[in-house]
Design a protein around this ligand. Structure first.
Ligand code: KIV
Length: 253
């Protein structure tokens, strides 16, 4: 049986879980009105909104600010906010940071990592705040790892991922994001977990999928991850509208 705090969120989520990031009121409202199940105020905002190289400079205050915007646009979806790097280094700090995000309007928080996060997850859940786990490629550790690498390629890595998934479930998370995980390993974790797995670059067998909004709508043309399928052309539409506006101003129309 999932932890009661986790069950509160699971009762609101259909499977397959449909999940996407959003960072402001209009994008959150559009996602919510389109019927998405879960909206994440991801620390990917450091890249696709703030233009930084990776997510490691994102602060708790920034996530809290964006969560307040997203909260105003969301009426149905579960709203999850990312705990940024260095904001959950101890159980006490993890609880304090999670309370800030819950105050900003998050229904749940997400944090990255496996066995070394179990104490922190237990502490946050004990405070009544639901937690989403995140295993596989951990963007907050991209600098230590020297790049974005697929996880679960070796037996050692695959076993560590499976062990971590069991640990996270026992600690009380309501779901686990699997990022850039070898699909067969993601499938095994999915089959053996009672809580949903939500994949990104982890094959199609997960209990749901999550994507970065800008990748889905074609809003960040300068970099598109290899696993991303682009469904829209927001960058092109925006660029064309601005060109037409500019031309009309120049012609004094
Ligand atoms: O920050 C983010 O957008 C994420 C998703 C990629 C899962 O963590």
């Amino acid at each position: 049986m999932p932890h009661p705090t986790a069950q509160r969120i699971l009762d609101r989520l259909d499977t397959p879980v449909t999940a996407i990031t959003a960072y402001d009121y209009p994008s959150a409202r559009l996602c919510d009105e389109a019927g998405i199940g879960l909206i994440l105020v991801g620390d990917s905002l450091g890249m696709v909104v703030a233009g930084c190289e990776d997510t490691t400079s994102v602060t708790l205050e920034q996530i809290a600010y964006h969560t307040t915007m997203v909260r105003r646009g969301v009426t149905s979806a579960v709203l999850v906010a990312d705990l940024p790097i260095n904001t959950y280094d101890s159980p006490e700090q993890a609880v304090k940071s999670s309370l800030v995000l819950a105050d900003a309007g998050a229904d749940a928080v997400k944090l990255e990592g496996g066995m070394r996060q179990l104490e922190k997850i237990r502490a946050i859940v004990a405070e009544g705040i639901p937690v989403c786990g995140h295993l596989g490629m951990l963007p907050q550790r991209v600098r230590e790892e020297g790049g974005y690498k697929k996880k679960g390629k070796t037996d050692v890595e695959a076993s560590a991922l499976k062990e971590a998934a069991v640990g996270l479930e026992e600690a009380g998370v309501f779901a686990i994001v699997l990022e850039s995980v070898v699909p067969d390993v993601a499938t095994e974790i999915t089959r053996s977990s009672k809580i949903p797995t939500i994949g990104i670059g982890a094959g199609s067998d997960c209990d749901g999928q999550i994507r970065v909004l800008h990748d889905v709508v074609g809003g960040y043309p300068w970099f598109v991850p290899p696993f991303a399928k682009v469904y829209g052309n927001v960058a092109e539409v925006t660029g064309n509208a601005i060109k037409r506006y500019t031309e009309e101003v120049r012609k004094r129309l």
